[in-house]
Design a protein around this ligand. Structure first.
Ligand code: HEC
Ligand code: HEC
Ligand code: HEC
Ligand code: HEC
Ligand code: HEC
Ligand code: HEC
Ligand code: HEC
Ligand code: HEC
Ligand code: HEC
Ligand code: HEC
Length: 330
């Protein structure tokens, strides 16, 4: 085949030579291009020959967001771990940034030649994430494709920092929430309220209740249901108790705002109104009839409305273990 084509080509060339010299030059230039790829530019799929050494010739710098040295202090720079980019036979920098021979050869046109992981990258979020998922598909990322973050094109690198000299803030309990709150502004206010889960204080983080990588549970909670999530820390509320209070076993959020509330104990509204969403006021004179029985009134306020209101008597709102605790009073 090849020989036949070469002969045909030569014959055609000779004919062209006889006709006009300009055609010769053109054909000579075109002939090799047809049979083999151009060599002047390395193709995009080529890894650089010297690996990290070639990258570090130009990228050995240090800024607030980037430090070449920082990566070698992290697990990604661990040379003894063969799963890591810098482990034996690892692709080093290019394990994440993709083949970089073309980029290394020409520092210019950089935006179109390397995976920068930045929002202005020419690569889609899905492609950028794939670079990480290639090594991290398992573990807590098994829920990634079920989560709201994947559906809404959130990138791994919207949360994670790989080259930061002070480490990856999202991996530390005290600094994680700040990363989440850059996008979830509504939640900022909730955690400032007088009664709130101690996230702001650094005692717990959003990921105590949520799986940032996604889960099949509602609101990407860490456990299958809301109550199970709460029980993982408030185990004493799980029971079993002799006298259950139905809404408690059903859904803690019927009475509690999980993030924060202006009322004590994260309550979503105050008793008696909290209780009267479900229990009729009839039978219990829980509505102040005169100003005297209002809180601060001359009679000191009715027991149904002052202080804990209903919970003054029904102290065991979460259920009772007392033989005669059916009315949740002991
Ligand atoms: C010949 C020098 C040179 C070499 C070698 C080189 N780069 Fe670059 N690279 C540059 C320049 C110049 C820029 C643009 C810098 C800027 O915009 O601040 C850049 C930018 C980048 C960016 C950011 C792109 C962006 O859109 O912001 C990444 C990531 C990057 N290089 C990774 C690599 C990796 C990985 C290697 C090794 C495979 C490598 N570079 C090798 C010169 C080089
Ligand atoms: C584990 C994946 C990973 C490895 C390995 C990795 N990088 Fe990066 N690199 C990133 C991510 C993600 C970003 C985006 C910024 C960030 O998250 O810190 C980035 C950003 C950069 C930038 C752009 C910095 C800027 O702010 O403009 C350069 C340059 C760069 N990397 C060079 C390198 C070099 C050189 C190596 C090898 C020594 C390397 N990277 C290894 C993931 C990686
Ligand atoms: C070549 C494989 C590889 C690639 C690609 C890779 N990682 Fe990793 N990563 C690892 C290994 C190995 C560890 C260490 C795991 C361990 O110790 O259990 C790790 C650890 C981590 C950790 C935990 C760090 C810690 O201090 O505990 C995070 C976060 C992480 N990677 C995020 C990313 C992100 C984001 C990307 C894409 C930008 C990425 N990785 C790309 C192999 C990789
Ligand atoms: C919404 C923010 C967020 C996004 C997006 C995110 N992560 Fe994470 N990631 C976290 C937080 C918070 C932790 C630490 C708490 C934990 O372990 O769940 C973490 C921990 C990790 C760890 C180390 C612990 C472990 O589970 O092995 C790895 C590896 C990791 N992430 C990889 C990824 C990859 C890969 C992606 C993209 C597919 C990604 N992350 C996207 C917030 C995020
Ligand atoms: C880059 C922006 C961004 C960051 C950072 C981010 N998120 Fe999100 N998150 C989103 C988007 C977009 C959605 C989907 C729309 C919505 O519900 O607001 C979402 C949805 C959620 C949801 C609702 C899930 C559902 O099914 O309703 C939870 C919970 C959540 N994020 C938790 C977190 C936590 C925890 C962190 C920090 C570890 C975090 N997010 C960081 C953008 C972000
Ligand atoms: C004590 C557990 C807990 C903590 C801590 C927590 N959340 Fe939630 N979050 C929940 C529950 C439960 C829901 C579902 C509320 C519902 O369905 O009534 C939720 C819902 C959400 C939603 C969905 C929208 C909404 O408000 O219903 C987002 C977004 C969210 N949380 C973000 C965050 C962020 C960001 C943090 C950290 C700053 C955080 N959460 C900390 C328990 C928690
Ligand atoms: C990761 C652990 C954790 C999870 C999960 C958790 N909590 Fe909490 N909760 C705490 C901590 C810590 C406090 C603060 C305790 C303190 O200040 O003494 C707290 C406090 C509370 C308080 C207020 C106590 C008071 O007296 O002010 C309520 C109510 C509460 N949690 C309800 C819930 C509900 C409802 C859920 C499920 C949506 C939940 N918690 C999930 C850790 C958790
Ligand atoms: C019927 C409404 C209601 C439901 C449902 C409910 N709680 Fe409460 N919870 C309250 C009230 C009222 C208080 C304040 C008690 C007080 O004033 O002593 C409270 C207080 C708390 C406290 C702080 C004081 C303590 O007892 O430790 C925690 C923690 C708590 N609830 C967790 C939960 C959890 C977890 C669930 C779900 C399993 C839940 N609650 C369901 C009404 C409710
Ligand atoms: C979301 C609805 C709901 C809320 C809010 C609620 N309860 Fe209940 N409560 C119920 C249900 C349902 C029962 C079971 C009724 C039955 O068995 O007839 C119950 C049972 C009771 C009982 C026992 C009644 C009996 O006949 O044995 C008492 C006492 C009680 N609740 C007090 C309270 C108090 C106090 C509050 C406010 C802190 C409250 N409840 C808030 C739904 C609610
Ligand atoms: C002064 C104490 C006291 C206060 C305050 C109080 N209760 Fe009661 N509650 C009782 C007593 C006593 C019973 C009857 C117990 C019995 O019959 O064994 C009862 C019974 C109930 C029952 C069971 C149904 C019934 O009629 O037997 C419910 C539901 C109830 N209370 C809800 C509330 C609600 C809601 C509030 C707040 C508006 C409230 N209680 C405030 C003392 C109180």
């Amino acid at each position: 085949m090849k020989i036949k084509r070469l002969i045909l080509c030569l014959l055609w060339l000779l004919a062209a030579l006889a006709w006009q010299p300009a055609a010769l030059a053109q054909a000579a230039a075109a002939a090799p291009a047809a049979s083999e790829p151009a060599r002047s530019l390395p193709p995009l799929t080529q890894y650089s020959a010297k690996g990290a050494d070639s990258c570090l010739e130009c990228h050995d710098d240090e800024t607030v967001a980037y430090s070449a040295g920082a990566i070698f202090k992290t697990k990604h720079g661990h040379q003894g771990d063969k799963r890591s980019p810098f482990g034996a036979k690892g692709l080093q920098c290019e394990a994440c940034h993709g083949p970089g021979a073309q980029h290394s050869a020409k520092g210019s046109k950089k935006k179109l030649s390397i995976n920068s992981f930045k929002a202005d990258s020419y690569l889609s979020v899905e492609v950028r994430n794939q670079a990480c998922l290639g090594c991290h598909e398992g573990g807590t990322r098994t829920g990634w494709h079920a989560g709201a973050h994947e559906r809404n094109a959130v990138a791994c690198t919207d949360c994670h920092r790989i080259h930061q000299p002070q480490g990856d803030p999202v991996m530390t309990r005290t600094t994680e929430a700040a990363v989440c709150l850059t996008c979830h502004k509504n939640q900022t206010a909730a955690f400032q309220m007088p009664s709130s889960h101690p996230v702001r204080q650094g005692l717990m983080s959003c990921s105590g209740c949520h799986s940032p990588h996604g889960s099949t549970a509602p609101a990407m909670l860490v456990k299958a249901t809301l109550n199970q999530t709460c029980y993982s820390c408030h185990a004493e509320k799980r029971g079993p108790v002799l006298w259950e209070h139905q809404p408690v076993t059903e859904d803690c959020a019927l009475c509690h705002a999980p993030h924060g509330s202006v009322r004590p104990a994260l309550l979503s509204s105050s008793p008696p109104l909290l209780c009267q969403q479900c229990h009729s006021a009839a039978g219990h004179p829980s509505v102040a009839r005169t100003s005297k029985s209002l809180p601060g009134g001359s009679s000191g306020g009715a027991i149904f409305t002052i202080a804990g209101s209903c919970t003054n008597c029904h102290v065991q709102v979460h259920g009772s273990n007392h033989p005669s605790g059916s009315k949740l009073m002991r």
